[in-house]
Every structure is written in C-alpha cells, then in structure tokens.
Design a protein around this ligand. Structure first.
Ligand SMILES: Nc1ncnc2c1ncn2[C@@H]1O[C@H](COP(=O)(O)OP(=O)(O)OP(=O)(O)O)[C@@H](O)[C@H]1O
Ligand SMILES: [Mg+2]
Length: 271
C-alpha cells in the first residue's frame, strides 16, 4: 500500500504555538487536586517535551488517572496552572477546549470503541473532529480519509481485519484500532490510561511496542499509565512514579532501575 502518511503541519483553528509551546506538550506547575476533603494531587510539577514517551506508574489510588483527566480537561485543578499543547484546558473557553481535544488522543483500558461498527469505521471516527457534519457508514467519508484510515490500520497490523466488527476482535486488536483512531485524528498528544490492563502479557508487549514505534515515527507525545513495571521500562523514555498524590520519582528510563519503581509499590503496601 502506498498511501502517503503525511501529518498536516497544523490543524485549522489550532492556536499558533510559541517556540516554547511547540517543544513542550504538557506543563504542570504546582498543580493540586482535591475532591472534597481528600487531596489527590499535591503540588505536582511536570514538563513533557514533544515526542517523549512517559510512563506513569504507581499504586492504585495514587492519582494517575486524575492527572490524565486534568490534562484532558475533564477535571479542573484546585490550584496551580497547566498548559497542554500551549492551551490551558482549565481556563480556555468551550470552543478552545473542543479544538484542543481534536489534538489529543485517548486510549483506555476498555478501548472506547463502538463494538457494532467495523474497525475501519471506528478509525474514521478519529477524523470527525475535523469534519463539519456527522457521517454514517464508511462510504459517507471522503475517499482521502478512507485511504488514510486503511493506511493507519495497516500500520497497526490490522489491514485484513478492517471490515470486521470491533466486538469480534481480540482485546489486543481492539486496542490497535483505538491507536489507529488516534493516528487518524493526527493527535499530537496521546493519553493512555492503563491501555494494556485487560490484555495478556504477549498482547500487552506488542500493543505498547506498536504505540512506541508510531510515536517515534510520527513524533507525537505519549503519557501512559501502567502497572507493569517491566513494560514501563521497555517502552518509555521517562518514568514518573506517583504515590499518594506526589511524584516520588521522575527520571529518564535509561537512568532508572526496575527496583526503584518496584520500591514505590512496596512502600505503598507498607503504608
Ligand atoms: N471524581 C472523584 N471524586 C472523588 N474522589 C475521586 C474522584 N476521582 C478520583 N478520586 C479519588 O482520587 C484518588 C486517586 O484516584 P485515581 O483514579 O487518580 O488513582 P489511580 O492512580 O489512577 O489508581 P489506579 O491505578 O487504581 O487506576 C482515589 O482515592 C480516588 O478514590
Ligand atoms: Mg487509574
């Protein structure tokens, strides 16, 4: 297949980024998050440069999903400031938040696909943010988009399954469809919340390696929460470990020992 895989340089309506904003995908400064009396994030600082693959690790309840929800604008921080692709999702208007969301892809443990639709249609839905009208059925999408969807499915290894209903695909295949949908979206930032939690070990490795490869090839940033320490070590450029709402480790993966991450989990068991 020789369909070009060019990523458009900027989406219509995307804010013109400053030189710094182009390099920094996500910046959080002194961000805290409370739910009622409970403090879930405690003054965290984070700067993620474009193209980096960050593994977010840490015990259950540490605040990883909350952090990802802050970044996607689902939660507003109780205090502190954040910038996501140069936009503050907590203070920008609804239109700006919608435009920002067309630039941010999501991959969840439960895939988030429409099961009765084919892989191809689910991938095409990634382009809906850039289309004016809703679409019904593959044929209602412009040919150029259909060709791109096929190319993306080929990149994630699902060319032969492109017309198969998603609810008949394996978990690993469904997660690949979700990844292809973010490619279709031309997401500049992909947030993945335990994307391999429901997959077997082989499928987990293979899905994460695919995500890593695509991120390296296309230059999009990934922030991925994971509990599998060895997988986090294998695919990430940087490890951020969260415990009880604080970052207790933030280092290049190459400079991090598996034991350091395991210690974060072991400490939590003792608490
Ligand atoms: N909407 C909410 N209202 C109240 N408390 C919440 C809400 N969302 C999360 N919490 C609490 O915040 C804490 C952190 O939750 P979070 O889901 O971020 O943890 P996590 O690190 O993603 O855990 P896991 O690894 O189990 O997914 C938990 O104590 C949780 O109960
Ligand atoms: Mg979580």
């Amino acid at each position: 297949m020789t369909v070009p895989l060019m990523r458009s340089p900027a989406k219509p309506g995307a804010p013109a980024p400053s030189a710094d904003a182009r390099r920094v995908s996500v910046a959080l400064h002194d961000v805290s998050m409370h739910f009622g009396e409970k403090t879930v994030l405690k003054g965290v600082e984070l700067e993620v440069v474009a193209g980096q693959f960050v593994a977010l690790v840490g015990p259950s309840g540490a605040g990883k999903s909350t952090l990802l929800r802050l970044i996607n604008g689902s939660h507003k921080p109780s205090s502190g400031s954040l910038a996501v692709l140069g936009v503050d999702p907590a203070t920008c208007g609804r239109g700006a938040l919608q435009r920002l969301r067309t630039r941010v892809g999501f991959v969840f443990q439960q895939f988030g696909l429409v099961g009765r639709l084919s892989a191809m249609e689910n991938v095409l839905m990634g382009a809906l943010g850039s289309l004016r009208l809703p679409r019904y059925g593959i044929a209602s999408y412009p040919r150029e988009l259909r060709e791109r969807a096929v190319a993306h499915l080929e990149r994630v290894g699902l060319l032969d399954q492109r017309y198969q209903r998603c609810d008949t695909l394996s978990g690993g295949q469904q997660q690949r469809v979700a990844i292809a949908r973010t490619l279709m979206q031309e997401a500049e930032l992909v947030l993945a919340d335990e994307p391999v939690a429901s997959l077997d070990p082989n499928a987990s490795v293979s899905v994460l390696q695919t995500l890593k490869k695509l991120s390296a090839e296309d230059g999009f940033t990934v922030i991925c929460s994971l509990h599998q320490v060895e997988l986090a070590m294998a695919v990430s450029d940087r490890v951020v470990a969260v415990r009880d709402g604080s970052f207790v480790l933030d280092a290049p993966t190459a400079d991090t020992a598996e034991a350091q991450i395991r210690a974060v989990y072991a400490q939590a068991e003792q608490d």
